[in-house]
Ligand binder design. Structure first.
Ligand SMILES: Cc1cc2nc3c(=O)[nH]c(=O)nc-3n(C[C@H](O)[C@H](O)[C@H](O)COP(=O)(O)OP(=O)(O)OC[C@H]3O[C@@H](n4cnc5c(N)ncnc54)[C@H](O)[C@@H]3O)c2cc1C
Length: 462
């Protein structure tokens, strides 16, 4: 170990205070390890993207928009929640658990030493969990315009008049629908043939139709050709999105341009080359134990690539913690990272929650054996009671099998309902068990009961 003489030494240092890095530092500290946590933005970002600029603030604004708050009220609601969680999390880590928080950006000096604000710290083990940042596509003119990202949208003081969004994935749709609800005109450009690329086509198309019916303009299957920013005579800015050819060719103008075309691992300031840590396709390369090519340096969360979800980042941290608690060096009782069912949720209103394969993926894998059933929320008493029956639940199975191959739930509170399918899938239960248990009545979960019964009927039919 090349421990710098003047460095403060720890058993383990986590770099990044998000769901991934923070969990390792906290849980191992409680297990008796001497851990530390480094965070570059303690004042406005402690706890990482999810708490400060991702899951929590966006969902707070989405809920507020649909509960009839004004934009100012919604911002205040969101600010209070984020501040409360951020400060509470910092207090928990530093004061209650006693993990030292090193303030500043870490970069490696060598494979056992990092530098933060000119101070050196060494450790036996490192966990790199520096998250991700927006991936900006190489559209003509993009480097000359002041486009916005998710962080800029969260700093808005009033809704834009006309928001142009490049990227019809989760982030674009959630911000788009929310700002539309606050009064902005919204136009979304998605290059792939469907919104939510990679999700079930039928669900994505139904959601697109719904958002369009609300007045949001959505163009799919058409990559943007060029963007421009024009400063008008009165000093205000106008953004232009150019589609050169085809059915929707034209120039689309707005006063704000959000680029939400995906995210990439954040490795910039780390100077990984000083530690000899390998990077592959822009992400830190890890093995099944989340170990980099340096066995004492681990990487978890968004920084190792897709899928990029908080729950997945925290799950990886859990696998790493269990292994390190068993033995500090790789041994036979270390468990590899095996992906269980990961729920994928789009927090539009209503929500779209999915687990398992899409119909396209299922047909590619199982061909003719695939069975699909759809249950429409309008058939459910509780949907009428809550006065919201947009959407449907779609089950995907295979003939002769009880296995939940895929489930796609679009409707009120489906983000919570999908958890029943996750539990079933990961514990050897299937459609039959979902259909057979007794449900409360009237509840939205009765849609899952119907899905379970009908999928059993169809998959078991001769
Ligand atoms: C708009 C938006 C909405 C989202 N909504 C959801 C959602 O609803 N559900 C969901 O599951 N996921 C959601 N996500 C994804 C989720 O936020 C991430 O998957 C999750 O935060 C990843 O956790 P992490 O610990 O890997 O990294 P992060 O949470 O990004 O934490 C990394 C931390 O490291 C710090 N850092 C970076 N470099 C250094 C360095 N060199 N030294 C010190 N500190 C450093 C950063 O400041 C940051 O605080 C959303 C993301 C965005 C952008």
């Amino acid at each position: 170990m090349s421990e710098a003489n003047d460095a403060k030494h720890f058993d383990l240092i986590s770099i990044g205070s998000g769901s991934a890095g923070r969990k390792v530092a906290v849980v191992l500290k409680r297990a008796g390890w001497n851990t530390a946590l480094v965070e570059g933005r303690v004042d406005d970002h402690f706890g990482g993207t999810c708490i400060n600029t991702g899951c929590i603030p966006t969902k707070a604004l989405v809920e507020a928009a649909h509960n009839g708050y004004s934009f100012t009220q919604a911002k205040e609601h969101e600010r209070k929640i984020v501040e409360r969680i951020r400060k509470g999390t910092l207090r928990h880590v530093e004061e209650r658990v006693g993990v030292p928080v090193i303030r500043g950006y870490a970069s490696f000096v060598d494979d056992h030493t990092i530098e933060v604000n000119g101070e050196k710290y060494s450790a036996d083990y490192f966990v790199v969990a520096t998250g991700s940042e927006p991936a900006i596509p190489p559209i003509k003119g993009i480097d000359k315009v002041n486009y916005s990202t998710n962080e800029d949208i969260l700093k808005l003081e009033k809704p834009p008049k006309h928001l142009l969004i490049i990227g019809g994935g989760r982030i674009g749709l959630e911000f788009g629908q929310m700002l539309h609800k606050f009064g902005s005109d919204v136009t979304i450009f998605e290059g792939m043939p469907q919104i939510l690329p990679g999700e079930d086509r039928e669900m994505a198309d139904a959601l697109k139709e719904h958002l369009t019916s609300l007045g949001i303009k959505i163009f799919t299957g058409r990559f943007v050709d060029e963007v421009k920013e024009v400063v008008k005579d009165d000093g205000s800015r106008e953004f232009e999105v150019h589609l050169y050819e085809g059915e929707n060719a034209g120039v689309y103008k707005g006063d704000m341009l959000l680029v939400s075309t995906g995210r990439k691992p954040r490795i910039g300031p780390l100077k990984l080359e000083n530690a000899g840590v390998e990077v592959e396709k822009g992400a830190i390369k890890v093995n099944e134990f989340l170990q980099t090519n340096k066995p004492h340096i681990f990487a978890i969360g968004d920084v190792v690539g897709n899928p990029m979800f908080t729950n997945w980042a925290a799950f990886q941290a859990g696998v790493l913690i269990k292994n390190l608690k068993k033995s500090k060096t790789r041994s036979d009782d270390w468990k590899p990272l095996v992906a269980p069912s990961i729920p994928r949720i789009t927090f539009t209103v209503p929500e779209l929650a999915s687990v398992g394969l899409t119909e396209e993926e299922a047909r590619e894998r199982y061909g003719e054996k695939v069975v699909v059933y759809k249950f429409y929320n309008k058939w459910l008493g509780k949907s009428m009671i809550v006065n919201d029956w947009v959407g449907f639940l779609k089950g995907i199975g295979i003939k002769g099998s009880n296995e939940i191959i895929g489930a796609h739930l679009w409707g009120v509170r489906t983000a919570s309902l999908v958890q029943m399918l996750v539990l079933a899938r990961d514990n050897g239960l299937g459609w039959k068990e979902l259909g057979e248990m007794i449900y409360g009545h009237p509840v939205l979960a009765e849609g899952i009961e119907a899905l379970g019964n009908n999928m059993t009927r169809l998959t078991q039919a001769e």
